[in-house]
Each structure stands twice: as C-alpha cells, then as structure tokens.
Design a protein. Sequence first.
Length: 508
Amino acid sequence: MLFRSNSLVEAISSYPYVSSSYRVTFFNEEGYFMTNEAYNRPYNYIYRLPEGSLEQYDWIRTAQNNYGKEILLPVSEQILPNTETAGFSLARSVRNPGNVVGFLAVQLTGENLSSLLSVGELYGIDIMISRDGEMIYKSGNFPLGEEARVIDMDSLIPSLRGDYLVTTICKEDSHIQVTAVMAVETVLKEQRTDFILIGIIGLSVTLLTLAMICIFAHKMSAPLILFTRKMQDTTVQNLTEDSDDRKKTPFHEVQLLYDEFFRMRRRLEQMMENEIALTTLQTKERLHYLQAQINPHFLYNTLNMIGIMGADSGDQRIYNSCRMLSAVLKYAITEKESNTATFGEEFHNTEMYLNLMKLRFEDNLEYVTECDPAIRELRTLRITLQPFVENIFEHAFDAEHTKLEILVKGYMREGRWCLIIRDNGAGMPDRELCAMKGEIDRRIRQAAILETPVREDTHIGLRNTLIRMSLFYGDTFRYSMDNVSGGGFQVILEGGTERDARDSGKQA
C-alpha cells in the first residue's frame, strides 16, 4: 500500500539532511521506502524496494513483536535498506494502534560518526561499544577477533588487564557499554618521554636557581665583607668618623646593620665621655675639699690640737666639735682610694655632720636618720647625702622658721633604692626653685656629652652631686626637688643597684 499519511511524508521530507548529522529512513512490509537523504530523487513515497529484499534484516522480526521499543543496530553498511555507509542506527516499529504500519530508523553517519569513533586514536586508545553482550562497534586495533559478535564481558576484561590498561563504563538506562583499552607498552613509552622531558626541565630549573643563588650571594656578601672590614678598622681615634659605605649597598638588611653599627659607635663614644666626665668631676670635688693649698695632715693635726686644748681647758664641746669635724673631712678627702662608699657609711657621715650642726644650733635643730638594712651594704658615690643636708641650712631658717626638723631616710622600693631628705623650714621661692631645676638639668646634659667643662669655682653642692649621680647610675637615676605643701623642702633620690647602673651604661 502507498503512504496515505501526508503528515508522515511531509515530516520526513522536510527533515533537512544538509544541516543534520542524521539520516532518517521509513519503509513498510510491502517495500514502500522513503528517506530524507534523497527525497524527490530516486526515492519518494511511491518508491518500492525489490521484492524479498527485507528478508535479510533479522531485526525487523524483533521490531514487529516488541511493541514499538527502540532497537540499537550494529554498525554495518548492510544494516538498513539502500544504505552504503556504516553508522550507528536506532530503529523501531510504527504502529497504528494495534497493527505495524512500518519501520522508522535514524542513523548517525558521515564526519560526525568518524569524529566520535576516532577520539581515542589521538592517545593510542582503542574502543569497543556493546549492548547486552552484543558488540555494536570496535576500532581496528581493539584486541578482539573480527568474527566475534557476542561477547562475555566478565571474562574479556580480566583477560586484557595483563597487557592493557582497561576501563569500561555502562549507561544503565540504555545498557550500552563502552570499553577503552590502551597498551601498557604505549603508556610506558609515553611516560618515559614525559619523564625525560620533566628531568630536562627540572635540571634546567636547578641550574638556573643555582646560578641565581650564586649571583645573589655574591652581591650580598660583598657589602657584608666591606662592613666586616669597617668593624675591624674601628679604633678610638675614628669613632666619630662617618662613612658613605651604607649608600653603596642595595640591600635594606645590610643598611640596617650599618645604621645599628654607627649607633653603637656613638653610644660607645658617649659612654667613654661619661666615664671621663665622672672621673673629672670626682677629682675636682676632692681637690675642692682640699682647698687646693691645704695639706690634709696639717689640718687634721691642727684640729686635734685644738680639741686637746679644749679638753685641757674643760670645754668638752670644743673637743667633740674638732673630733667630728676631723672625721667628716677625713671621710670626704683621704679615707679609702675608692670613689664609692656604702649607704651605711654615707648615713654615718651625715649623722656626724648633723651632730656638728646640733652643737651650733642646739635646741633649734632636731633630726632623724633612718637607713633600711636592705640598702645599707649597697654601694653608691661618696659624698651624696651631705650636700643635700648642707643645702637645708642655707634656705631653711628665716624670721618665721627658727626651729628646724630634718628627716634623712633610706629604704628599698620595688627593687630600687630611695632616699628622702626633708625639712620643715622656709623652703625655696618657686621662681628660684624652677631656675635651679632648669640649671641642673642643663648641666647634667652638658656634663653627659662634655659640651662644657665644670667650672673651677663650682663648689660641691646640689648641682655637682646630681650630675655625678646621673653619670654614675645612667638611665636608672631619678630625682625630684619640691617645696612641701605644709611647709619645708624635700628632695627624693631614686636609682638602681650598682649592677643596674653598669647595665644602663652599656645600653646608653
């Protein structure tokens, strides 16, 4: 019978073959045949296949009885009528509702089929496509005989694993299984090539890295060698010399070394100057006590003679005064060669001096001295307390303040020694006190850097004592001088131990 359904004819004839990768074919059991590939050429809806030509296609009987289910046909040139090219074909029966009116097949052919089946050739991979154990397609070098059509995949894959790398995947909804194999020898050959290439690249990178390290090390070591020579050539004479070698190095780290080295030289120079300044001040103070012309032994003998004469005449006060004055002068001038003394010795000397003042002022003077045992054996500069006590008698008495009370106290606080010298006298005018503080701070800075020498006419007093202590204790030394709100004057001295003073000097 002829194709009486114009809709089917129009659908197939309108399917554009030139823009599609698929060939659509329809035929019925009577042999009427049509395809979109050559519609209105040799084939159309009135063309009939030769009689008996459909009997060679076994799949037709399967399609007649499977109620319109799709059948995946093997890749072959003889799988569809009037087909001269191999391709993947999908066929099914067309039913009206109870009868089979024909068979419809869609075939993938041409360049797209070739591209699909030749994907593995680029990598030396052979593929096989099967469905439910029946081979649909295999590439030319796939290790399977040409006559094999039905395959036992469970035994085939293990048998290939010795000489081939095998991978397989099966799409569950279509039962299509794709198996890809690659010869182990091919893999090893390609890996050897890759390993050689990687080795060459790695060796090149290593050589290049070593060359860069050598160049960088040379550039880095040259300024370090120059810096080392600079350190070796440093002497006392060239401590203050500057150098432009820092500008020659391109490395920031080496520049930091140069900066720290020159800062260390300046600190070392300042430490030496401080030591010289301290020694100079101490020497001048001892000379000032000698009054530059007086022989100490002559002075002691004279005082002793006056004391003995007072005792012979029955005046014990003269004897005690001469004895205490002799002891004070001996402590300040000739006792021991060291420039330091313990706080205990300083307090004893101060008590002797206050006893002398007590003989003079009698009931108008009261004093208390307290020395904490924790600081009694700590060493400090000689003649540190007495100048501050002497200063009290210069400003404390006036018409309104005729009776004087003095406190001299030493104790340890938070690992640092602390001295307090306080009186209840008239105090100092604020303007004079402010000027004196400014002068002391300026003189301390000048003495520390030796900008100006100590004047010959400067007597030992507050200024020189504070300068000496600042140089001796360094950054650990603190002082304050203020009028007391309730009346009087107070000096507070505070510093670290002798070891702290040395450490401070090293860090300065």
